[in-house]
Design a protein around this ligand. Structure first.
Ligand code: SF4
Length: 113
């Protein structure tokens, strides 16, 4: 049998294609699992002692009286916010295990670079 037998190329093509097809649902499962893990996280309450310590609010427009507040600052443009772009809620490294509101704010706000 020669090295360039057409069946070898066909077999290789089918094997590669089947692996690719099998990988699609696996990748989708990983994305779904990551999203559902975030969905399972509780939302940070402004009454939480850690939230109170940093003057956290779900609505940055209510923080304008805080001396640390900078115009336009909110969780979605904070360096510590790790939520998806456009998401209403997302994780924040200042409050591990809790979701903060993308329109929220706290005194630990750092401009996203
Ligand atoms: S550290 Fe940033 S993302 Fe986290 S609550 Fe404060 S302003 Fe929002």
């Amino acid at each position: 049998m020669s090295q360039n037998h057409p069946d070898r190329g066909r077999r290789r093509f089918l094997r590669t294609g089947l692996l690719g097809v099998a990988a699609v649902p696996l990748a989708g499962g990983l994305v779904t699992r990551r999203a559902s893990a975030q969905d399972d996280m509780p939302r940070l309450s402004p009454d939480d002692p850690a939230a109170k310590a940093l003057s956290y609010t779900h609505d940055a427009s209510t923080a304008t009286g805080n001396a640390a507040f900078q115009e336009g600052a909110h969780c979605a443009n904070c360096q510590l916010f790790t939520g998806e772009s456009g998401a209403e809620w997302g994780p924040c490294s200042a409050f591990p295990g809790k979701l903060v509101n993308a329109q929220g704010w706290c005194s630990a706000w750092v401009a996203k670079s």
